[in-house]
Design a protein around this ligand. Structure first.
Ligand SMILES: Nc1ncnc2c1ncn2[C@@H]1O[C@H](COP(=O)(O)OP(=O)(O)O)[C@@H](O)[C@H]1O
Ligand SMILES: [Mg+2]
Length: 238
């Protein structure tokens, strides 16, 4: 499948049209951005790592009954995906308080939450991706009440699957962001990516951060951390 016209270039990926108009080619870039692109950088090989990590996690989720946009891998940094209309929400699921939740609510960093917290953020860079409640979503006509409920259920299901998968591999899944879209039949599919750019992983034993916080906080060793996450994913553990 050959790349045709560039449809969209985002912060972490490029989306291309291809011969089949129901499909797109998603190319993972080496670019890194944080704080709504106020901080930018590059890490050679990061795109390939995220492509591989995301592919493995989407396959795991498919095996566990979550419908996703993934069709197949095309090269080390390209996936063939089903074209969807993205629901403009970042669905964030949190197990442990850190980052913006700590800043906003004053909860102590590292506090284990009593339940998986699901949040919606409006995917709008100009507005700085603001937090939305259900009524904001209805007001902006982003999704129906039923769809919001479906997104919360899917977010929690994905969390349950990923959390136990990573725990067996010595990683604590602190939080993550996912995006969903609708295919032409109206099915809600998990889309975009799941990678250390969009998740937080803390090593169970050492508490070391193995995700994009290394870039956000200037800790160094970004690529090594992403490689470590991939190694743990590929570990054959029952
Ligand atoms: N299957 C898909 N069909 C259509 N759009 C998609 C699909 N998967 C992801 N996208 C969208 O493509 C873009 C991916 O590029 P990315 O670099 O992540 O963008 P951003 O800078 O918005 O985070 C995102 O806007 C995402 O919502
Ligand atoms: Mg993105």
């Amino acid at each position: 499948m050959k790349k045709l016209e560039l449809l969209y270039e985002g912060k972490g990926k490029k989306l291309y049209k291809c011969k089949d108009e129901d499909l797109l080619i998603s190319e993972f870039k080496d670019d890194l951005t944080a704080f709504n692109a106020q901080k930018t950088g590059q890490e050679k090989g990061k795109g390939a790592l995220n492509c591989k990590i995301s592919t493995e996690l989407f396959k795991l989720l498919e095996e566990n009954g979550i419908k996703t946009h993934l069709v197949k891998t095309l090269s080390e940094n390209e996936q063939l995906v089903k074209k969807v209309d993205i629901i403009p929400l970042e669905v964030v699921v949190r197990n442990v308080a850190t980052g913006s939740l700590v800043k906003r609510l004053g909860i102590k960093d590292g506090t284990v939450l009593p339940f998986a917290l699901v949040e919606f953020y409006y995917k709008d860079d100009e507005l700085g991706d603001p937090l939305l409640n259900d009524e904001h979503c209805l007001l902006l006509d982003i999704a129906s009440e039923n769809e919001l409920e479906t997104l919360k259920i899917l977010g929690r299901e994905i969390n349950t699957i990923l959390k136990s998968f990573f725990l067996k591999r010595g990683l604590n899944l602190i939080d993550f962001k996912v995006e969903f879209g609708k295919d032409k039949e109206g099915n809600i599919l998990l889309s975009d990516e799941i990678s250390p750019d969009s998740c937080r992983f803390w090593d169970v034993k050492t508490k070391e951060k193995l995700d994009k916080d290394r870039f956000r906080q200037g800790l160094g060793g970004v690529k090594m951390a992403y490689e470590e996450v991939l190694d743990r994913i590929l570990k054959d553990i029952k």
